[in-house]
Design a protein around this ligand. Structure first.
Ligand SMILES: C[S@@+](CC[C@H](N)C(=O)[O-])C[C@H]1O[C@@H](n2cnc3c(N)ncnc32)[C@H](O)[C@@H]1O
Length: 165
């Protein structure tokens, strides 16, 4: 069994979402995949900015919440909701992938990302890196006592880098 199922639902903070959108350069024509999309708040924002969003979530009750959100925000026609394990879903048409998971899950996902995503695809992770990939940009956001990190990876660059330790 994949360790991914042990990732709990911790939503991306609302005030971080504009940073995600800016870093990923979300725009019309993008196909925005969110792996473990929770209640859909990030995917729905991407759809509101003109992307087609693919929201993949293992929890049926969270998929329902994401669907309600997309309907409420008027973008249900631009959000595909998939109630499944993200390891089962092909990612080939993504132009952007967003993940707020855990480092060991990102490590498990890395071969799938490397083999399925096209060169140039932007991958943004919150707080947890993709081990052995080099981010092309890191944004640190301080909120009170906490600091959040957003990592931007570009397929074809970040997955072919040599990490100096
Ligand atoms: C930390 S939460 C992030 C939620 C959302 N991406 C956000 O940023 O608001 C991780 C989510 O991934 C989901 N998840 C964990 N493992 C999964 C898997 N193998 N396939 C699909 N979803 C998964 C969890 O149910 C949870 O909703």
């Amino acid at each position: 069994m994949s360790g991914a199922k042990s990732v709990p639902w911790v939503p991306t903070r609302d005030d971080l979402i504009p940073y995600v959108m800016t870093l990923a350069k979300v725009r019309e024509g993008d196909v925005f995949y969110e792996l473990g999309c929770g209640d859909g708040k990030v995917a729905v924002e991407a759809a509101k900015r003109g992307a087609r969003a693919v929201c993949i979530e293992i929890s049926g009750s969270l998929v329902k919440k994401a669907e309600e959100r997309a309907r409420r925000e008027g973008v249900l026609d631009r959000v595909i909701l998939i109630n499944d394990d993200f390891f089962n879903v092909p990612l080939n048409d993504a132009t952007i992938v967003y993940m707020y998971l855990l480092t060991h899950v990102n490590r498990e996902l890395e071969p799938k990302l490397s083999s399925e995503l096209r060169p140039g695809t932007r991958v943004v992770t919150l707080d947890f890196r993709i081990p052995d990939w080099c981010p092309v940009h890191v944004v640190r956001i301080r909120e009170g006592l906490r600091e959040y990190s957003l990592y931007l990876y570009i397929v074809g660059v970040s997955d072919k880098c040599v990490i100096s330790r």
